[in-house]
Structures are given as C-alpha cells and as structure tokens.
Design a protein around this ligand. Structure first.
Ligand SMILES: [Fe+2]
Ligand SMILES: [Fe+2]
Length: 402
C-alpha cells in the first residue's frame, strides 16, 4: 500500500502581521535614506516601495520589483535589466537590506541577538556581496544618539525618590502603622496632601472628612497608603504632557504586576508594584534626550511603530538598556534593576520579577514589543501562573484620582 503525500497547504500569514512588517521596513528604510542624505523624493519612493514590498504576499524578487517599477516609477516594461537606473537599483537594495534587518529583529524572541550583533551579521553578508557595504554602514552608524548621551540625560533625572523604597519596605512590615508612615513622610506636605486627598476621594467616601495621615491609613489600610505615597513620589517625573501617558501606563503595569505577584505568591507584591512603576523608566530617559529625537520618536510611534523597534532604529538600543543606566544611576537594589533591564527579554535572567513585569506589560496591551508565545509560555511556567489568571485580572488598574 502506498501513502500519497499531500502537498502542504499554504501558510496563512495574517494580513495585519504582514502590514506591520512592511511598516517596520518602511520606517527603517526612510531613516536610512535620511542618513544617506537622499532627497525627499527618494525618501518618498523608498517609503512607498517598502509599504508595498510584500504586496500579494510575494517575496521581494525580480518580478515584484518589475511590478513596483511600473506602479511606483511609472515604467511600462516589466524587464528590470533594461529599465532600472543605478539610483533605482540602489533603492531596491536599500529595501532588501532593511527587509532582512527587520526580519532579524522580528526573530529576536527566538534567538539572543542584539542590534550590534545583527549589524555585524549584515557586515559579514556585505563582505560576501549580499548587501552594499555603504548601506550597511549607514544602518550601523546611528548619527545622533549614543548610550553615553543617555547617561548624561539620566544624570539630569531627579534623585531616586528614596521615600518610595522606604514606603514599600514599610508596606511589607506587618507591624507598621500610620505613625510610621507619618515619620517617613516627615515634613513633605505634598506627599501628606496626596494621601489625604485619596482618603477623602469618592473612592472611599468617608462619613467624616479625614484630617490626619493616621486616620487615612486606618481607612485605606497600610499597603494601599504606602502605594499612594510611592506613586506620589514618582509622579513629578512624568509632569510634561508628552510623558503623561507613560505615567498612566506605569501605574497600570504596577497594579497588574502587584495582582500577578499576589496570585503567584513567588514574588513580593509590594516589590512588584514598585517595579511596575519603574519598569519603563528607560523610556522616560529617552524622552529627556534632545528634542529632535523626541519629535522623531513621537512620529514613529504615531505611525504605529512598536516603541522597542522605533528605539532600535533611532538609537541602536532600546528602553531596557537606557533603563539599566537609570537603575545604575539610582543604585537600585539588584532585583529591581534586573527586572527593569529584562522586562522585555526575561529569558536573559533568572529574575521572576522580570517575568511578572513581562506578563503585566503583556496584559496592559501596550504593544511595546512584538508578541512572543515562547516568552509568554516560559514566563507563565516559571512564575507558576496560568493564562486563566491573566484573564481574571481586574480591568480598572488604578483609581482615577491617582
Ligand atoms: Fe511598558
Ligand atoms: Fe517596556
């Protein structure tokens, strides 16, 4: 008896995934064209070609190029050899290079690769004649930003609010009371005002106005009072309208991380809350770099580009690396620093807190990075959580008046 081999059915790549890939290629290609000093017209051509380079789900080959030649450059003939100019061939080469670069970036969840490692691989391929060396060097050299710039920007950040760490330690102490919290807040009328404001808010609706920290703590409970103080200590860093959404996101992730930590019981809930508040502090540092970068960064995010990819293209590093610089500057305890640094790549560390942050980031729906089933599964397994736990998380993660 012979068994007939059926041909494999074509793999159905979701249109949205393909569109997102083409958008990333377009972002990288236009950025590279700018660095090479190409005219606005050529940047526009590169953008249009990139957006359509897998149209019909075809690979970028001679046939696709021929079709694009007709549609984008207006050529009648489909014969590439007789119609392309040097400039057009260069544009196609640039898109091929960016398509390959993006694919390598998209593969990072399955392979421990960094931007410099990808660039080195591209250099090797350029030596073998696969890519134009000049184009690869254009991609490799990020003209305006270096990690040393981040270090300088970080030094302009306020000193780490040590009060946040003390409040969190207090929250872990079963015997702590409102008296201890009063001691910590000391003469800081702003922080004292914050806790009174929350205690008197509609969320708690006290029968009588709350006038002292001790009364507030009795009403809200010690852990919640400490969280309010911790959040209040961090909030001034996120005052400008540009970074306000980042503050709301940080609060949401803090609440989610805390809830996950309580469920798993393997991670301290108060520490998870603090780590959640700080997890994207590297993004704050990037916003604090010069305004030209902030404008470019904001434009790429507006185009729907994932922050992790936009950061890699513009800086050659992402907010986890700038987060590491902030953590070092603040001399954060190692467990917090590791969680901040690896919250998008928890497979690079043993830290369970990093995995809780990864899950909280995922549940917040912030789409800062590509989704990764392998990371999600590993994070769930190691923290002892299940997908059902993620679905049961509260929808409203922070009181509106925080
Ligand atoms: Fe985040
Ligand atoms: Fe993040």
């Amino acid at each position: 008896m012979t068994t007939e081999c059926k041909p494999l059915a074509p793999v159905d790549i979701p249109e949205t995934a393909m569109r997102a890939h083409c958008r990333r290629v377009s972002v990288a290609a236009v950025e590279l064209a700018k660095r090479l000093g190409w005219s606005m017209d050529r940047q526009r051509t590169v953008h249009e070609l990139s957006e359509r380079h897998h149209e019909g789900r075809s690979p970028l080959n001679v046939k696709t190029v021929g079709r694009l030649l007709t549609e984008v450059w207006g050529y009648e003939s489909q014969d590439e050899s007789t119609t392309t100019t040097e400039a057009q061939r260069e544009e196609v080469s640039l898109i091929e290079l960016c398509c390959f670069f993006v694919q390598r970036w998209e593969f990072i969840p399955y392979e421990l690769m960094t931007f410099p490692e990808i660039v080195n691989e591209l250099r090797g391929m350029a030596t073998e004649g696969f890519f134009d060396k000049r184009l690869v060097e254009g991609l490799a050299v990020v003209p305006s930003v270096k990690l040393t710039d981040v270090k300088q920007a970080v030094s302009r950040l306020p000193v780490f609010p040590a009060i946040a760490l003390r409040a969190m330690k207090l929250a872990q102490n079963m015997n702590a009371s409102g008296f201890h919290l009063e001691e910590i807040i000391g003469a800081d009328a702003v922080l004292a005002g914050e806790i009174l404001q929350v205690a008197n808010s509609p969320l708690y609706s006290p029968a009588m106005p709350i006038r002292s920290i001790r009364q507030a703590v009795i009403l809200m409970g010690m852990p919640e009072s400490c969280r309010v103080i911790t959040a209040a200590a961090f909030r001034p860093m996120f005052q400008s309208p540009l970074v306000r959404p980042l503050w709301n996101h940080s609060l949401e992730v803090a609440r989610l991380a805390e809830a996950l930590a309580r469920t798993t019981d393997k991670v301290d809930a108060e520490e998870a809350f603090l780590a959640g508040l700080m997890h994207d502090i590297g993004r704050l540092a990037l916003w604090k770099l010069h305004s030209k970068l902030s404008v470019q960064y904001a434009a790429l995010l507006e185009q729907g580009c994932e922050p992790m990819f936009a950061e890699t293209v513009l800086c050659g590093f992402d907010h986890t690396q700038s987060g590491r610089e902030v953590a070092a500057h603040w001399r954060l305890p190692q467990n917090l620093a590791q969680a901040v640094e690896f919250h998008h790549q928890p497979e690079r560390t043993d830290s369970l807190l990093a995995r809780v942050l990864y899950l909280a980031e995922h549940c917040s729906g912030s789409n800062e990075d590509l989704p990764s089933l392998s990371r999600l599964t590993a994070a769930l397994e190691l923290t002892g959580l299940e997908e059902a736990h993620l679905r049961m998380l509260p929808g409203d993660h922070a009181p509106a008046n925080w």
